[in-house]
Design a protein around this ligand. Structure first.
Ligand SMILES: Nc1ncnc2c1ncn2[C@@H]1O[C@H](COP(=O)(O)OP(=O)(O)OP(=O)(O)O)[C@@H](O)[C@H]1O
Ligand SMILES: [Mg+2]
Length: 454
């Protein structure tokens, strides 16, 4: 049966109130009446009706004002306006101000009945839509990871499974596919969640510094070691150590790492006493480890130790289903951050997102959405907001570049030439690997390691 709706009729003419009440009562609604604006607002405060039907012209307070105040009191209230015959412009104005529809006087009360029915149907659909949307978001989200595609759903299943164990996890995948995000998810689903998660990038530091960064050092162990320093392994005790870019790890450090994994102990640099730790190691790389092993750059025994469980993150272009949800996820965050009200994407913008190749994967998408939010002029992201900012095509007759742009382009070219190998690229550029690493991060370059897989 039709659900009964609480309706408030506000009109200074008794005949209008009576006729509407009789009719709507008969069809099963609960009808309240008010003779003027203040009385109507009082009733709204107390009774919280779903619908307000108000005359536009009333002594004291007019219908538009009643509507505005009513919505302040009760934001969800729907308003139908009653207007005099022939005053369509006023009615249109009321709709612009947020009324749902209008009824012309003299009127047939049945029109009110139909409008209420339409209105409630409309509202039901909208609520259903919101609920559905929320469910979708929840369903496809796990620890901040948006994952709708079946490949990402599988990743989530593996995360849940390995989180319970202490097994090492090797996360592989191209740049920006979410490796660190996944590492954090494994940690926060594990019993170690209240202990530290410590991340170290093996590409960020030259070998000598990396060793003391990881294992610490004793006072006087080298020039400049004025005091004993604890390393990241000790900092992560009881928790998880995330070793990023392990493909960049030197042979010497590989030996030390193997020992920690096998014996759960290590020596600080310059130290004789072994230090015991309870650390779970999760590592990540975007190089092809099999090839690194074949080339003698990475120890096979260490690889097997690190790779008890492998999580492979597919490139974004192989899981396009995730793109719209990811885009919405980022849009929400950046719209809030930039205090912009942007409801979504135009169909053309969505199309653009789906067709783009995303060499920088989720990070590139995230950056593109951030810039689009900043550029957006309308209440939706348009295709132009995305396409405008796209990478200047190589060799385009763009205005003269500044030094930074030249540097960025040159680094990108050298990295491509070095097939994504940091050490090699740094050598060609004549800078340290750390400097190179910092520049890559600063320019947000997408480093593609050539892995001969594709
Ligand atoms: N499935 C996802 N859902 C939501 N956000 C994601 C997802 N995947 C990645 N991101 C976001 O994209 C960005 C890049 O992810 P992350 O840093 O984990 O990538 P990465 O694989 O470690 O990249 P790199 O190889 O360059 O270090 C982050 O801001 C992360 O939060
Ligand atoms: Mg990373």
């Amino acid at each position: 049966m039709k659900k009964k709706t609480k309706v408030l009729v506000a009109d200074d003419e008794a005949i209008v109130r009576e006729s509407l009440r009789d009719w709507l009562d008969d069809v099963g609604h609960q009808v309240l009446t008010a003779e003027n604006g203040p009385q109507a607002l009082e009733i709204i405060r107390k009774e919280k009706p779903a619908v307000l039907i108000t005359d536009l012209v009333m002594p004291g307070m007019d219908g538009i004002e009643v509507m505005k105040k009513a919505r302040e009191l009760l934001p969800g209230i729907e308003v139908i306006i009653i207007t005099a015959y022939g005053s369509i412009p006023t009615a249109i104005n009321a709709i612009r101000e947020g009324a749902y529809d209008y009824i012309e006087k003299p009127f047939c009360p049945e029109r009110a009945e139909i409008l209420i029915e339409k209105l409630m149907e409309h509202r039901r659909l909208r609520e259903e839509n919101i609920a559905l949307h929320q469910k979708l978001e929840e369903r496809y989200r796990f620890e901040n990871i948006v994952a709708k595609s079946s490949r990402m759903q599988q990743v989530i299943e593996v995360i849940k499974m390995v989180a319970k164990s202490n097994a090492t996890v090797l996360i592989t995948g191209d740049t920006g596919t979410g490796k660190e995000l996944v590492a954090r998810a494994v940690h926060s689903q594990s019993y170690r969640r209240d202990r530290p998660f410590v991340a170290v990038s093996c590409a960020a530091l030259p070998e000598s510094l990396l060793e003391s960064e990881l294992f610490g050092h004793e006072k006087g162990s080298f020039t400049g070691a004025y005091a004993q320093k604890k390393g990241k392994f000790e900092a992560a005790d009881g928790g998880t150590l995330f070793l990023d870019e392990i493909g960049e790890m030197s042979a010497n450090i590989q030996v030390h790492l193997l020992r920690v994994l096998e014996e759960k102990e290590f020596n600080r640099v310059g130290g004789n006493e072994p230090v015991k730790v309870d650390v779970r190691v999760i590592s990540a790389t975007n190089v092809d480890m099999k090839e690194a092993i074949a080339q003698g750059k990475f120890r096979e025994d260490l690889y097997y130790r690190l790779n008890v469980v492998n999580i492979e993150l597919p490139p974004l272009r192989e899981r396009t289903e995730d793109i719209p949800l990811l885009a919405e996820h980022f849009l929400k965050g950046f719209a809030l951050e930039n205090q912009k009200e942007i409801a979504g994407f135009s169909p053309e913008a969505t199309d653009f997102l789906l067709k783009h190749d995303w060499p920088g994967n989720v990070r590139e998408l995230e950056n593109a959405i951030e810039r689009a939010v900043i550029l957006a002029q309308n209440s939706v992201i348009e295709a132009a907001d995305l396409s405008q900012q796209e990478l200047m095509p190589a060799g385009s007759t763009s205005p003269a570049k500044n030094l930074k742009q030249v540097e960025e382009k040159h680094i990108q070219d050298v990295l491509a030439k070095a097939r994504g190998n940091y050490t090699e690229a740094a050598r060609i550029l004549g800078i340290s690997r750390m400097t190179l690493y910092n520049k890559i991060k600063a320019y947000r370059l997408n480093v593609k390691k050539i892995d001969n897989k594709r």
